[in-house]
Design a protein around this ligand. Structure first.
Ligand code: NDP
Length: 276
């Protein structure tokens, strides 16, 4: 029987994960199955238990299940502990369930390896203070930026997150209005605004010369934030498709011990216009 993997989420119909993991399996000569399963939050625990009891080896969890997966895991990686969210579950040899969060490392790999954007000593701004923001803070801090700021529509959430992660460098949390007269080398959009074709109101001059923009959301056409980056002279203005493939590659590595090539899979998704 093929080793069985899956992604749980709600909704899940448009998930690219089966396509990505099948491509990784083919590329690395691994025999496995990977399916997408619609699992509402209230059915999560039963569905995960059934999956592992029936021979499942590993799971990805997406919206709205990442926090439940974090609670479910028996053992957590340090980055999952910090994120308080899990997107990858893996059955261990002793039957324990290991939980990890590969979103942040996926973003960092796309920025630094695929796009050669330097994080060290840079001034980084994250827009949004939801689950995705929480997942990317620690991996970004590992690259020792000069400053990290978080701005959110509900400012109190940004302030709370900033306080939680402040340590070696001070992290500032604020509202979008408080961003005037400040400049950043990298602006990351981790709001869900792009999903409704929206964009937070941002002051002009926010992006420093030679600065870059990155939207965690992705689409066939440039997202509103990718477009904002372009008209604000970003040297690079990117969407989150690369992050999606990189976080999947890290999950594949956790499960199979092999790191797949991501570039051909990113290119395949772009060329096939498979992004929705
Ligand atoms: P959450 O629902 O946890 O957080 C949403 C955040 O967006 C909140 O900070 C919210 O502000 C803010 N927001 C929502 N709508 C607007 C708006 N119209 N204007 C300004 N701010 C807004 O979502 P996630 O953190 O889980 O996801 C955020 C984004 O990241 C999504 O687009 C998601 O698809 C993407 N993502 C991409 C990944 C990838 O692999 N490429 C991986 C994970 C996420 P408030 O607190 O005020 O409500």
């Amino acid at each position: 029987m093929k080793n069985r993997y899956a992604v749980f989420g709600h909704p899940i119909k448009h998930s690219k994960s089966p396509l990505i993991h099948h491509a990784f399996a083919e590329q690395t000569g691994q025999t496995l199955s990977y399916e997408a399963q619609d699992v509402p939050a209230e059915q999560f625990e039963t569905a995960v238990k059934d999956f592992f009891n029936q021979g499942g080896k590993g799971l990805n969890c997406t919206i709205p299940l990442k926090e439940l997966a974090w609670q479910y895991a028996d053992i957590l990686s340090p980055r999952a502990q910090a994120a308080k969210a899990v997107n990858t579950l893996a059955l261990q040899e002793d039957g324990m369930i290991f939980g990890d969060n590969t979103d942040g490392i996926g973003l960092v790999r796309d920025l630094t390896i695929n796009h050669n954007i330097q994080l060290e000593d840079s001034r980084i701004l994250i827009l949004g203070a939801g689950g995705a923001c929480r997942g990317i803070i620690r991996p970004l801090l590992d690259h020792k930026p000069q400053t990290l700021s978080i701005a959110n529509r509900t400012a109190s959430k940004a302030v709370t997150l900033a306080e939680e992660f402040s340590g070696l460098i001070a992290i500032k949390g604020c509202s979008f209005d408080e961003l005037t007269d400040r400049q950043f080398d990298l602006i990351i959009n981790a709001t869900a605004a792009s999903l409704s074709n929206d964009l937070p109101q941002l002051p002009s001059g926010l992006l420093a010369d030679n600065g870059s923009c990155y939207d965690l959301a992705y689409a066939n056409e440039p997202t509103p934030f990718v477009h904002w980056g372009k008209i604000n002279n970003a040297i690079k203005s990117l969407d989150g498709l690369g992050m999606l493939v990189e976080q999947a590659a890290e999950a594949f590595f956790i499960w199979r011990g092999i790191r797949p090539e991501t570039q051909p899979v990113i290119a395949m998704l772009r060329n096939a216009h498979a992004v929705t």
